[in-house]
Design a protein around this ligand. Structure first.
Ligand code: URP
Ligand code: ZN
Ligand code: ZN
Length: 486
């Protein structure tokens, strides 16, 4: 009778803190033992020469989601989670996205209906709040937070999604009262709209002008403003998909002042530049996302932000709109003005191999890699220690990496529903060769499982990292309605 369902032997196990050689014994989907010369497993994997890492958590991806402009993502919960598994990711946290006029409860129920029968790895949901009515702020959000939806994204731009500052304050106040974490897409809407209109009037409509309209100043201003609003309410905030030196500076200043301001960045800000939007014909649309990729100097600043810990989270912001498709980037034609092209790039499978180039290049160590890939997201979003680490009692979500394997990224190996990857032809060193979700192999040697519906929903706890600091910038506490000293 074997002692374990699975034993992974002789790998170099890394967590966000440690690196050691050990066997891992898995029973009933969880890590049951860590040690040397463990007893027999029903299945055994020899991981000598390999890195054994927690499965990745992609905490910012758009799956089976209708964009603000009415374009559906190409990936559903089957292809999206299959692609995640191929890239060493074992948990995704996509969005249950409210469009104006919708009940958040109903939105959440609809996303569950989509995900339940299809997901092959585990998933939680953030909420997108685009319509913070009294009912949403007063009843739906508190009830949903209590039910395990403890984070939400809000926008300062996009016509159909943006909140004004007063609405941002309303949402931040609920977050503080209920212990939730607010993620913010921070770009100044009016700057972008004004520049876009001027560009359109001048006939400058090609994809490359998207990057001109979404100027770094717009990102800096909104990042600064959102941090100020969060400070007023005294609540932590996470700025998502940060692309530029200026926004990084704002986050760093806030962190240096002791505020709980967190930052997320994504592979497109390390590997793409605005020149990629300036390809022949309509090709540049493949790399259009918001904020847009910047230049080489900004890429370096983003790497520095990862090295120096300004960023806690590295997500794909997978927003998959097919290129050569009338329901994708070409919804408004193959010559559409940039304002009409769906924003977003895919990246669920490529995210971690791209980040691992930072380990190979000595920019981050393997512990930082694990923290950025999985552990910090688990902590921020209330999934730790069930997810995001390798420890006795944690789910056996594990990616076995060959740190020497060189791979040239090709669309065909990513297992999503896309017809392109913006990372086509990039050669990386280090690749996940086996991915295990709760002890079951979901990807191995370039093949992925077909086990639709095995993924489970993960209710999220309230994260200690989302707690207020207890610092006030006014003598009046706008959340409790109390004046200091009374
Ligand atoms: O361009 C992007 N990032 N599209 C996805 C939606 C978002 O704002 O994250
Ligand atoms: Zn966004
Ligand atoms: Zn996004």
């Amino acid at each position: 009778m074997p002692d374990f369902d699975l034993v992974i032997r002789n790998g170099r196990v890394a967590t966000a803190a440690d690196l050691f050689t050990a066997d891992i014994g898995v029973k009933d989907g969880v890590v049951a033992a860590l040690g040397r010369a463990l007893g027999k497993g029903q299945r055994e994997i020899d991981a000598a020469g390999r890195l054994v890492l927690p499965g990745g958590i992609d905490s910012h991806c758009h799956v089976e989601q209708l964009s603000g402009s009415g374009v559906m993502t190409a990936d559903d919960f089957y292809t999206g989670t299959r692609s995640a598994a191929a890239g060493g990711t074992t948990t995704i946290i996509p969005f249950a996205a409210q469009h104006r006029g919708m009940s958040l409860r109903k939105v959440v129920a609809d996303y569950h209906e989509c995900a339940g029968p299809k997901a092959v790895v585990d998933y939680a949901f953030h909420l997108i709040v685009s319509d913070p009515t009294d009912a949403v702020v007063g009843q739906e959000l508190p009830a949903l937070i209590a039910d395990g939806y403890t984070s939400f994204k809000i926008y300062t731009t996009y016509d159909m999604l943006k909140l004004n500052d007063r609405q941002v304050l309303d949402v931040l106040s609920v977050a503080r009262r209920e212990g939730a974490l607010t993620m913010v897409h921070a770009e100044n809407h009016d700057i972008i709209a004004w520049l876009s209109d001027k560009l359109m009037d001048a006939g400058l409509t090609q994809p490359k002008f998207h990057a001109v309209a979404h100027v770094r100043t717009a990102e800096r201003e909104a990042t600064h403003r959102v941090i100020s609003l969060a400070e007023l309410v005294d609540v932590p905030v996470l700025i998502v998909h940060v692309s530029s030196a200026e926004a990084i500076e704002q986050i760093r200043i806030a962190q240096n002042r002791g505020l709980r301001v967190y930052g997320e960045t994504c592979p497109q800000y390390l590997f793409l530049t605005e020149d990629d939007l300036d390809k022949a014909g309509f090709e540049g649309a493949k790399c259009m996302c918001s904020p847009p990729p910047r230049d080489k100097a900004n890429q370096e600043k983003v790497w520095d932000g990862l090295t120096q810990g300004v960023f806690q989270v590295f997500s794909s912001d997978h927003a998959p709109y097919r290129f050569n498709d009338p329901e994708g980037k070409m919804k408004h034609g193959s010559n559409a003005p940039f304002k009409k092209v769906a924003n977003g790039v895919p990246g669920l499978a490529a995210r971690l191999p791209l980040l691992f180039t930072g380990v190979a290049a000595g920019r981050i160590d393997v512990n930082q890699f694990v923290a950025l890939a999985a552990t910090n997201a688990a902590k921020l979003y209330g999934l730790y220690p069930q997810k995001g680490t390798i420890a006795v009692g944690s789910d056996a979500d594990i990616a076995i990496w060959d740190p020497e394997k060189e791979v040239t990224i090709r669309q065909g190996m990513l297992h999503d529903a896309m017809d392109y990857t913006p990372y086509e032809g990039i050669t990386v060193k280090g690749w996940p060769v086996v991915t295990l979700s709760r002890g079951e192999v979901v990807a191995e040697g370039g093949k992925v499982t077909e086990a639709r519906g095995r993924g489970r929903f993960l209710p999220c706890a309230r994260s200690p990292l989302a707690r207020p600091l207890g610092r006030r910038v006014t003598s009046f506490d706008p959340v409790s309605g109390r004046l200091a000293g009374l």
